[in-house]
Design a protein around this ligand. Structure first.
Ligand code: FAD
Ligand code: NAP
Length: 572
């Protein structure tokens, strides 16, 4: 068994035990703090950043904006909040979304329950008094009955294992840790590594000002113009009028948004109508192109038709044939990696000051003091930007030393992939809950609604426990195995496992290849959570942890749970 987490002396405990401790002040954490308070719990929030907003606090790179329309990508729980906030454009930029998060924090006075600049490094459960002790980097200790990790699925930056990264003599930036002061890239020689959603948003903005921009692309991605626009003031009346129905449809949907696929089935229509449907979606803009037809994420024929359509668009836009060829995604189905949304991305490669380096043909050898060395050339740079993504879904949690009462270490329990019941609980870790993480639909759904659904469910459980005098709740091992298997099976029924995506952990070397989010849909997931509740929380041990429970749950403690997923790519 591994060494137990450092425990806190009484003198180090910063405050008396609270009922609920929430880690994270993104959309999920803020809503958890608010609802815990509204349910009458004492609550403390801890956040590594200096303010609220989560993703929108950290990702301040030029061009950052949401890819779900802002009128959907916002809280739905309070109609007054919804009415009082006006989005200026269809897809708001990072500063506006951060202002929204700050507005929410002000409106509900959330900061009074938060401590900022507190990175949680460890958490240990004490079975004798059924409390978690949570330790921060600053050395503070806090105690709580219920521990809620709202640490985000895309919050742990992925630093690429490229040789020589620390040797670079210029300015090294990372999109997910962008400086809070303005970075002037005017007239500079800039390199960008990474062409996922972040890189695709950043690159056109850098190209406008840099003397020279070199884009290092390992994998070309599908990208669709976002077709953003400002809202005219008169549109707000109509948006407000339509909001209740829009939200109703979103709550009943598969992805937490009100949109539907083309009204006819692909097989029922001829080629001309299919092309017209793809074109209409393309002109609508954004990620919905990935869902033009029902079954596009499952049926290789429909997906291939979407791929051909997107390929034509690339060739139409990009003038140099070799560059166009290099920008064509190959080897993964449309939508199996998050579709990028852009404002002039492909057009950027028609500029004289922009060069695309296809790392598949010209591999990166090392970073040097002067820039990037590939097999064929040396690229001298003043600034190097890493748009290299995240250790997604599990990274924020496995970086914390989380220990259960019987010596379980979360990072070990998840060594072969995350094991959760409904994405909310982990066997071996009583009174610990995870929001918007693996096993939940959050990574594939409109996040604010996904967070609201989980928090509402969780607070009902905790209120129920308080009413019944229950001190501990722990996900059952059998329920977690069954749910984890279901998450895997749902993914295998689609084309998603065919892409080396962050959904699978494939973007981080050494990470187990396991499909982590629940792809079965937002509403079906919410229904499963409700079934669990209506069945008397059948997937949970509810009550104090006894020795018998421990035996029942734990099995042999020295072994991590057997992998129930992974293996060959067998998606249809
Ligand atoms: P986060 O916003 O990631 O918040 C987690 C918080 O926990 C962070 O503030 C972090 O600092 C804190 N934290 C983590 N570890 C610790 C620790 N050990 N101690 C203390 N604090 C800790 N999703 C959509 O649905 N639509 C979009 O348009 C969209 N756009 C996106 C754009 C970008 C650039 C990125 C990166 C993601 C985007 N996403 C989008 C996904 C995004 O993750 C969610 O929408 C949402 O912001 C996540 O909210 P959250 O509260 O779950 O997590
Ligand atoms: P990402 O999609 O994982 O993309 C990372 C990029 O870096 C990929 O192109 C990857 O190439 C490349 N890369 C990583 N390591 C590399 C290496 N060693 N050498 C060369 N290239 C390397 O990350 P992201 O762009 O930050 O986006 C992550 C997710 O955040 C998105 O999928 C989306 O859900 C969300 N997001 C949304 C928006 C938005 O539009 N609202 C904006 C940003 C982020 P490979 O593909 O070959 O690994």
């Amino acid at each position: 068994m591994s060494t137990p987490a450092r425990t806190c002396d009484d003198g180090q405990v910063a405050s008396g035990a609270v009922d609920v401790l929430v880690v994270g002040a993104g959309f999920a954490g803020m809503y958890a703090v608010l609802q815990a308070r509204r349910h009458g719990f004492s609550v403390l929030g801890l956040e590594a950043a200096s303010g609220v907003g989560g993703v929108w606090y950290w990702n301040r790179y030029p061009g950052a904006r949401c890819d779900v329309e802002s009128i959907d990508y916002s809280y739905s729980f309070d109609e007054d909040l919804q009415r009082d906030w006006t989005w200026s454009e269809r897809y708001a930029t990072q500063p506006e979304i951060l202002r929204y998060a700050e507005h929410v924090a002000d409106r509900y006075d959330l900061r009074r329950d938060y401590r900022f600049d507190r990175r949680v490094t460890a958490a240990a459960f004490d079975g004798t008094d059924a409390n978690w002790t949570v330790t921060t980097e600053t050395g503070e200790c806090h105690r709580a009955r219920w521990l809620v990790f709202a640490t985000g699925s895309l919050s742990a930056p992925n630093r690429p294992d490229v040789p020589g990264l620390d040797d670079f003599g210029g300015l090294l930036l990372q999109t997910s840790r962008w400086p809070h002061t303005e970075v002037d890239l005017t007239g500079r020689r800039v390199g960008v590594i990474g062409t996922g959603s972040s890189g695709v948003q950043l690159i056109p903005r850098v190209a406008e000002v840099a003397a020279r921009l070199t884009v290092f692309q390992r994998t070309a991605n599908y990208t669709v113009p976002v077709l953003n626009r400002q809202f005219a003031p008169h549109e707000w009346n109509e948006i407000q009028r339509a909001y209740p129905e829009r939200r109703r449809r979103s709550w009943a949907s598969l992805a937490g948004t009100p949109h539907v696929a083309y009204h006819k089935q692909y097989a029922e229509i001829d080629e001309a109508e299919r092309l017209a449907a793809f074109e209409a979606r393309w002109r609508e803009g954004g990620v919905l192109f990935g869902k033009t037809f029902d079954g596009q994420a499952v049926d290789p024929e429909i997906n291939e038709a979407a791929r051909r359509f997107a390929e034509r668009k690339v060739r139409e836009i990009v003038r140099d044939p070799q560059t166009a060829e290099d920008l064509l995604p190959s080897g993964h189905p449309v939508g199996a990696k998050r579709i990028c949304t852009d404002s002039g991305y492909l057009e950027t490669f028609n500029r004289g000051n922009v060069e695309l380096v296809n790392l598949r043909r010209d591999p990166m050898v090392r970073i040097t003091e002067r820039g990037v060395e590939t097999a064929r050339a040396s690229h001298d740079l003043d600034v190097l930007v890493l748009a290299t993504g995240f250790d997604a879904m599990t990274g924020a949690l496995t970086r914390i030393d989380v220990r259960g009462p019987r010596g379980d270490v979360l990072a070990h329990t998840w060594a072969h992939g995350p094991l959760t019941h409904l994405g909310l609980g982990v066997p071996g870790f009583p009174n610990l809950f995870v929001l918007t993480g693996p096993g939940s639909p959050a990574g594939l759904s409109n996040l604010p609604l996904a967070a609201e659904q989980q928090v509402n469910w969780l607070m009902e459980l905790l209120a129920n426990c308080r009413q019944r005098g229950i001190r501990t709740v722990e996900a059952r091992a059998d329920a977690a195995q069954a749910w984890t298997r279901r998450v895997d099976e749902a993914a295998r029924a689609t084309l998603f496992p065919r892409a080396d995506s962050w959904y699978l952990g494939a973007n981080v070397s050494g990470k187990p290849r396991v499909f982590m989010p629940y792809i079965g849909g937002f509403k079906p997931y919410a229904d499963r959570c409700d079934d669990d509740r209506d069945g008397g929380y059948a997937g949970w041990h509810v009550g104090d942890v006894t020795t018998a429970d421990a035996e029942d749950l734990a099995g042999p403690r020295s072994e991590p749970p057997a992998p129930v997923r992974g293996g060959p790519r067998t998606a249809t």
